[in-house]
Design a protein around this ligand. Structure first.
Ligand code: SAM
Ligand code: SF4
Length: 265
């Protein structure tokens, strides 16, 4: 089983809670990144030439790259894809359009991981996200209509958030997977500098909300044994140098491929 994770560090805006390795675009930066990526991919391919079963483009925000940059990125990866390979791209809702989705399909992407975080406008504003509720719903709808397997990320236990509303909305959309995290206030981020603290009570409430909303017939709730710091995420076979924040919980329709999660107590 061969898996590859490619980190694309560029983002349209830098969110005040994020401590992933991310940058905004500067003149010539994406070109330099793509050149270096191509060189590293060639060297890696010479040592590990087997076809890939999973390819994961994460970030950062890979969907923020322009069309020709995405084409160049895929062209720079010399691996063949195994039959039935899963090719995932992380995307911010604001970066998707029907044309962009067609291009991603043509490039072989078959799964999108959407950073929704919440469906509630005040919460999205608090998080400094570039999209609102409408944009999040539209992105999920477009991605499903275009035939992608869709996974969405949520952050729970936030000020002003109606946790159950977000959980129920996520479960109602027909996506194959939801990863829910609780906010981690990371040293050096704007949230930490503003003195924001993690909220154990909010986290506990989110946890129990997850049981109330997802523990219904038709869904199985699992908590991934993912350990923050190792950079593994639920239901996938890839690994990354980036750190997965928070405590991810996973939601999958019953009967779908089991991931690495274990049943919730
Ligand atoms: C690599 S990030 C983001 C993908 C994409 N750039 C986006 O933000 O839409 C993967 C997920 O980690 C979660 N995350 C990032 N920083 C976090 C933090 N400080 N606390 C909790 N969850 C966090 C978010 O749910 C995010 O969608
Ligand atoms: S949360 Fe996503 S969009 Fe925001 S800075 Fe981090 S990687 Fe970029």
């Amino acid at each position: 089983m061969a898996s590859l994770y490619v980190h694309v560090p560029f983002c349209p805006t830098l969110c005040p809670y994020c401590d992933f390795h991310v940058v905004r675009r500067g003149p010539g930066w994406v070109e330099a990144y793509l050149r270096r990526l191509g060189e590293e991919a060639q060297a890696l391919h010479a040592r590990f030439p087997e076809a890939l079963d999973t390819l994961y483009l994460g970030g950062g925000t890979p969907s923020y790259l322009r069309d020709r940059e995405l084409v160049a990125l895929f062209q720079s990866l010399p691996w063949r894809l195994a039959k039935g390979a899963e090719v995932t791209l992380e995307a911010n809702p604001g970066t998707l359009s029907p044309g962009r989705l067609r291009l991603l399909k043509d490039l072989g992407v078959n799964r999108l991981s959407l950073g929704v975080q919440s469906f509630q406008d005040p919460v999205l504003r608090f998080l400094g996200r570039a999209h609102g509720r409408k944009g999040a719903l539209r992105a999920v709808e477009m991605a499903l209509e275009a035939g992608f397997r869709v996974s969405i990320d949520l952050i729970l236990g936030l000020p002003m958030q109606e946790v159950e509303g977000d959980l129920k909305e996520a479960a109602s959309l027909g996506v194959g997977h939801v990863s829910a995290y609780t906010l981690q206030v990371e040293k050096g981020t704007p949230f930490a500098l503003l003195g924001l603290k993690e909220d154990p009570e909010g986290e506990a409430w989110a946890w129990s909300g997850r049981r109330r909303c997802w523990g219904k017939p038709g869904y199985s709730a699992t908590r991934s044994p993912t350990s923050p710091g190792k950079g593994k995420r639920p239901g996938t076979t890839w690994s990354t140098g980036a750190r997965a924040s928070g405590s991810p919980w996973a939601l999958r329709p019953r009967g779908s491929t089991p991931g690495r999660g274990r049943p919730m107590p």
